[in-house]
Design a protein around this ligand. Structure first.
Ligand SMILES: C[S@@+](CC[C@H](N)C(=O)[O-])C[C@H]1O[C@@H](n2cnc3c(N)ncnc32)[C@H](O)[C@@H]1O
Length: 264
């Protein structure tokens, strides 16, 4: 018990001593080597979402309740739902990927969805209270509002069928959704068994496994994760796309307000 309290106190101390940069709001106009906009990556796991935003030009800090030794960016271990609002206010944007088990088809089929926490609503409340631009990501069937779907078929660099929903308080226009190709399979009962190549054709990355971990990494654009981590992850291409779109919109709205200020 004391160990748990000590760990919590240490995490809180680390969070509250995290130093804001004085010029952070100006950074929203453009990502640059000197001063990038800051993004808080909640429920970060090993960083599929976080790396995409980093590639788009954000300075990313991840938060997860469990240690994440493979998270490739600055990381804080903490409960995302109990973060101090003053800490959240140090950032320009928040992304959240709360656990999806309660909303997944598997849990619905097994009838045990109620055993998992439903975190989307409290996370949304917290993000709305922050008044920051936010993104919440989850699986098909999750109760996200006005969500757009991203799929591996929308990104030429990907070979993975992986639908994910994204709710945001800014506009995201997804690329066209192409017809799903047959995915590589280890299942001899499937009619196309033996006719696909896991290094050329589409794969699905699931707990059961329809391809090797090496092929899954290549298909998702992720080379640093274990099998369990990649099963939880989204391809960085998804958040690279959203991050670039957000930067474009933020830069446009800053230019517009500068124009109306000059014309006033
Ligand atoms: C679906 S994974 C996130 C995947 C990640 N976005 C990616 O693309 O690699 C969900 C993560 O939420 C974490 N988690 C669960 N409850 C949490 C909480 N209350 N606070 C912070 N993290 C939590 C889990 O440990 C898990 O790593």
């Amino acid at each position: 018990m004391t160990d748990g309290l000590d760990a919590l106190n240490a995490a809180t101390k680390r969070i509250l001593s995290y130093q804001p940069r004085p010029q952070k709001r100006k950074a929203l106009t453009a990502p640059s080597a000197v001063c990038k906009p800051r993004l808080l990556d909640l429920f970060c796991c090993a960083g599929g979402a976080g790396i995409g935003y980093s590639q788009a030009g954000f300075e990313v800090v991840g938060v997860d309740i469990k240690p994440q030794p493979n998270y490739p960016l600055p990381f804080i271990q903490a409960d995302a739902l109990t973060l101090d609002p003053k800490f959240i206010a140090l950032f320009d944007v928040v992304h959240a990927s709360p656990p999806c088990q309660a909303y997944s088809d598997l849990a619905k089929r097994n009838g045990n969805a109620e055993e998992w926490p439903r975190l989307i609503e409290p996370v949304r409340d917290m993000l709305i209270r922050s008044s920051l631009p936010y993104v919440i990501e989850n699986v098909d069937g999750a109760p996200l509002l006005n969500a757009v779907v991203l799929c591996g078929t929308m990104f030429p660099e990907l070979r993975v069928l992986r639908h994910r929903l994204f709710e945001a308080n800014f506009e995201i226009v997804p690329p066209p959704h192409k017809k799903h190709p047959k995915v590589h399979t280890f299942d001899r009962r499937k009619s196309h068994f033996g006719k696909t190549d896991e290094w050329k054709d589409f794969v699905q990355v699931t707990g059961g496994g329809n391809c090797t971990i090496a092929a899954a990494r290549e298909a998702m654009g992720i080379d640093w994760m274990t099998k369990n981590e990649i099963n939880e992850s989204i391809p960085p291409a998804y958040t690279r796309f959203i991050g670039r779109e957000l930067l474009r919109q933020l830069s446009f709205s800053e230019q517009e307000s500068a124009k109306s200020y000059r014309n006033a």
